[in-house]
Write a protein that binds this ligand. Structure first.
Ligand code: NAD
Length: 303
């Protein structure tokens, strides 16, 4: 039944999400390939299984929270002679993937599930570890309307906004389109602040104008890349995330893959992807993505 959830992938996000499902009254059976993740979940009150097959037996829902689409496809199909989740689950099981993956991979995963006689929904999240712990994530959901209604109550336990974005892959599409806007706009805001510095504008003056004018955006008014104007932004705590550079680099790579496979004449997306890749490789992986401003400043003439 749908109150019994096999939860696979108990990492930074999955761990606290599983805890919230338990608190919400669901019968959760957790599994992770990393024993330490399994132990942490167990210590926080999440019942665990010794194998993925054991986790999915008796579950009405198989929820995955993995690093990448390859992990999802491998787990669904099984690798190295191990049985896959699709084969291990009872017919008609709901396969709910909350990982952030390529749209193409999400379509492939849902097709595999449906072909195996199951149901499938993609439901990537935003809100980070803080949102996962607090149960305030936003879920972007792709799938059939009936399947959306089936998963909505459990997503509402883990999040505060649950948006049906369309058919299979729609959740992933919404997530990467949003993060394409975010990644590019943060670079634009950062370039403007560094230019303002060169031209003798104070951060506060530029903020006061742009935040009330047509330059207004989340990257400026919530996650402001300079310390001062928005006291809660990561810039005020030496760019501790927040939203880590490695995750922005990952999401932009997914966006670029989709831009390429659909043939969109995009230029800023691929460039932003390159910029965050370099930021992540040069020490920004674990810093907030707004730390990109320090990179722009450092690489500017006169330092
Ligand atoms: P993570 O690496 O901490 O957790 C992933 C977990 O999956 C790991 O513990 C890993 O051992 C486990 N795993 C991998 N293959 C498995 C398998 N076959 N069976 C069981 N367990 C398996 O990653 P995370 O930070 O929790 O992120 C998970 C997903 O959420 C990613 O797709 C990420 O892009 C997305 N996301 C993360 C954040 C964030 O702030 N961390 C925010 C939004 C979205």
């Amino acid at each position: 039944d749908n109150a019994t959830i096999a939860f696979l992938g108990l990492g930074h996000m999955g761990g606290p999400m599983a805890v919230n499902l338990v608190k919400g009254g669901y019968h959760v059976v957790g599994f992770d390939v990393v024993p330490a993740a399994l132990e942490t979940a167990k210590a926080q009150g999440v019942p665990t299984a010794a194998s993925p097959v054991e986790a999915v037996s008796g579950a009405g829902v198989v929820l995955t929270m993995f690093p990448s689409g390859q992990h999802v496809l491998d787990a669904y199909r099984g690798v190295d002679g191990q049985p896959g989740l699709l084969a291990a689950a009872a017919p008609g099981t709901m396969f709910l993937d909350c990982s952030t993956i390529n749209v193409d991979e999400a379509l492939q995963a849902s097709a595999l599930a449906v072909d195996a006689g199951h149901l499938a929904v993609d439901a990537p999240v935003s809100g980070g570890v803080v949102g996962a712990e607090a149960g305030t994530l936003t879920f972007m959901v792709g799938g059939e309307p009936d399947d959306f209604e089936t998963v909505r109550p459990m997503l509402e336990v883990m999040g505060k906004r649950v948006v049906h974005c369309g058919g299979h892959g729609g959740g992933q599409a919404a997530k990467i389109c949003n993060n394409l806007i975010l990644g590019v706009s943060m670079i634009a805001v950062s370039e403007a602040f560094v230019l303002g510095e060169k031209l003798g504008l104070t951060h506060q003056a530029l903020f006061d104008v742009a935040s009330a004018a047509s330059g207004q955006c989340w990257a400026l008014t919530t996650n402001c890349p300079v310390p001062g104007p928005v006291p809660t932004s990561p810039a005020n705590r030496d760019y501790q995330p927040g939203f880590a550079g490695a995750l922005m680099a990952k999401d932009l790579k997914l966006a670029v893959n989709a831009l390429q496979s659909t043939g969109v004449a995009a230029r800023l997306g691929p460039l932003a992807s390159e910029i965050y890749d370099r930021f992540a490789a040069e020490g920004g992986a674990g810093r907030d993505f707004s730390g990109i401003i320090t990179d722009i400043r450092d690489k500017s003439q006169g330092g």
